[in-house]
Design a protein around this ligand. Structure first.
Ligand code: NI
Length: 169
């Protein structure tokens, strides 16, 4: 496994639409394993393939609600993911490994159900609420070339961000 370089805002590749994954081969598995390592190393909660320079529909989302699991075990691998159901709404701070140090207020559904394929091509469904739901939306947006800064109502100051983290404790 190897760490991959995370592209940052201003890189034109982040604004492109990713193509579906068609080959569930060793090359894909190496990419996924590298992305897993990169995500853990960056201490993030999600990572999309275009962020490491690969325009394919593949994302990792960490289900941080499963507190009994290790970070590595919390990672959900989603290939060719599609949001099939949403409900409710939440508003809160959102950040991105490609936009380091910046957090914006973003509205997202509070519940999201995703249909995707696993690394062997098998279709499955997964659901999440709160941060996990937010992360599903955020990562899948990356596959269509969208960053949270486009839909953020406003960027939060450090003081505001602190207030939010106090509230969630
Ligand atoms: Ni992101």
């Amino acid at each position: 496994m190897a760490l991959r370089n995370i592209r940052e805002e201003g890189d034109a590749l982040l604004l492109k639409k990713s193509r579906p994954v068609t080959d569930f081969d060793r090359r894909l598995h190496i990419l996924i394993d590298d992305m897993r390592e990169t995500l853990i190393n960056a201490d993030g909660v999600g990572l999309a393939a275009p962020q490491v320079g690969v325009l394919r529909r593949l994302v990792l989302v960490m289900d941080t609600s499963k507190e009994e699991l290790t970070p590595e075990e919390q990672i959900i691998e989603l290939i060719n993911p599609e949001i099939i159901k949403t409900s409710g709404s939440q508003e809160g701070p959102e950040g991105c490994l490609s936009v380091p140090g910046v957090y914006g207020l973003v509205k997202r559904p509070d519940y999201v159900k995703v249909r995707a394929q696993d690394r062997h091509g098998k279709t499955f469904e997964v659901e999440g609420t709160g941060l996990t739901a937010r992360c599903f939306c955020h990562e899948i947006d990356h596959l269509d070339g969208h960053l949270f800064t486009e839909i953020s109502e406003r960027i939060l100051s450090e003081e505001e961000l602190e207030e939010y983290s106090k509230k969630s404790e």
